[in-house]
Write a new protein. Sequence first.
Length: 718
Amino acid sequence: MAGALTYLSAQPLPAGTLVRVPLGQRELLGVVWEPPGQPAAADAATPNTLDPAKLRPIAAALDALAPLSASWRALISFAASYYQRSAGEVALAALPPQLRDLSSVQLARRLKKKAANLSKAQAAKVSHGTTSAACPEASPADHAPPDSPLTTPDLVALTPEQTQALDQFHAQSGPFLLFGATGSGKTEVFMRCTADLLAGSDSAQALVMVPEINLTPQLEERFKARFCAQYGEDAVVSMHSGLTPAQRLASWLAAHSGQARIVLGTRMAVFASMPHLALIVVDEEHDPSYKSQDGARYSARDLAVYRARLDGAKVLLGSATPSLESWYHSRPAAEGGRYLRLEMPSRVGANALLPLVRRVDMNHQPKGCVLSPPLLDAIGQRITRGEQSMVFLNRRGYAPVLSCADCDWKSNCPHCSAFRVFHKIDRTLRCHHCGFTERVPRACPDCGSLDIAPVGRGTERLEEQLALLLSDMRRPDGSAVRIARIDADTTKLKGSLESQLAQVHAGEVDVLVGTQMIAKGHDFRRITLVAAINPDGALFSSDFRSPERLFGLLMQAAGRAGRDASNTSRSEMWVQTFHPTHPLYETLKQHDYPAFAASQLVERQQAGMPPFSFQALVRADARTQEAAQAFLNSASSACDGLPELAPWREHITLYPAVPMSIQRVANVERAQMLLESPSRAALQRFLNAWQPTLHAMRSQPQCKGLLRWAIDVDPLLI
Ligand code: ADP
Ligand code: ZN
Ligand code: ZN
């Protein structure tokens, strides 16, 4: 592997062994990459015969741990090469940070303690009679006390659609795309697939991924309730950035040792070391959070599909609004589809219809009104019936900008090409890009006028306006209306989101206001009305993925309504829009994702956009916009003279460098350059061959002031 370093070791170490090695004055964590006796043989730049006298010995081998598997290393190598980073960087980012700090002695001690706990736990399980494998002559059922918490929970009877999806999952090898409406019982299918694969082997492991940390506690609860009785309390672990370093290490060790049978996690979990991986589930596979936005900009969803192939595991992607890439991959095999589509169009429960979509034509509403009278009326009816409503607006703060009526001063951020947002609660102007915060000025800083006012609205202002508009309404018991807001500002403290969600679930809230944070995934039972206040912006964005994201978000949001089949009144999804006849809203009204996807795919095909082409971005940060663009444009012009690029050059379109949409952040100028190709392989090889040129370009005089650059393969935000 390129970039690997060579060290001496007294005893032969198998590939995949974790080691501590000296580098300069420091000691670092490393992974033995090449099998012993073949130092860097694959790397043509390094002479095959290394002088042992010049090599340094490793400091220690963490050989209390089993070596990382060949397929794990293959995954890292692939991710590094595909996303144009070094394997060392990807490997280290994939390992828990605490592993870097522990000495081999500390690690061995920790493992010993774990093993002791484990054998205690197993002894306990056998005495409860739930591990038939460990104690074959005992019949588990005989020993389990009747109301023991360790008994397997009752399983619901599957719907015919769920049964069919499960049967297809077992009969075929996949990859699978579970295309199921919100509330169609996808999670139940994920759990059955997991249960069946785990039951089929003593060691099989499953990886279940969700896009947001916020969704892991809910999922963990469901999986623990289902699986811990049978497999033990430690069989289900989670992996996400909200864990403490010690928790992350514990989860990682449990997965690596095979003790954890189920790992639940966010995108980082795709790199979990799981020696007996049999299944990967990617829930809400369309969610942009699966794409990393710094370091190696990997897509955990795409890597999940690749990893499943490496490990011989099954992979199941699930969504009510799949990404157009996955949707296209799941077209019929006769047309070239590679994924098998499993369909569950109906919600669970006889009355559980999908919500009725209602569009409010804002052109015919009182000028400047935030909530149209009919929407307000509908929310009022819910309140008097004791039902909940959810109102969302994708902008937090009170107002996106403060402006002077006399001189046109605006609350620009001095460090960014963006406005600072007005937050009324602490009377600050805050930049959402660099964090720069100041108290709101009393008078206009430019002309001294006192007439400065908020323009536009965010969730904070919406909450205030709703409180005012609904102040006369009464709940069924005669008490006043309760409004709650959930967004990034109200959930900064650890545990605050959980407690706010608990209030909603307990029915202590009548109207929930928030950003897209509340639109995703949560299984609200009492919400019967969802309203999108001002979603039009995304219809006319320059980003070609914008309609796809909007449609997904609105379908998701609609999916929060009417999840309780016992509620007899039909739930509603309201959209306030100035473009009520826009085709996107027409297909939304029909809940017709396939029609929406078909029209988008036609447009994409005509324009040669993904999934009909492949893209990469090179981004550059510099002191000046000129330097950022000069770096990109010089690297681009250099392409034509380089023979190593020649075989791929004609398959690649290189666009000129442009400033990013928010051109300056924290006083750094940002530019980007788009590359496009009809061939994924050509784009890959081109980028690999081009990298040295990009590295060399740094030292060119016109690039003075360049701070950093990075390649983003399959970028999501253009
Ligand atoms: P999705 O993930 O597709 O939005 P969920 O799996 O969360 O849907 O299911 C929605 C609700 O329906 C959950 O409360 C779940 O417990 C329930 N449910 C799922 N499958 C069944 C079934 N076969 N019978 C009864 N209830 C079910
Ligand atoms: Zn002014
Ligand atoms: Zn700023």
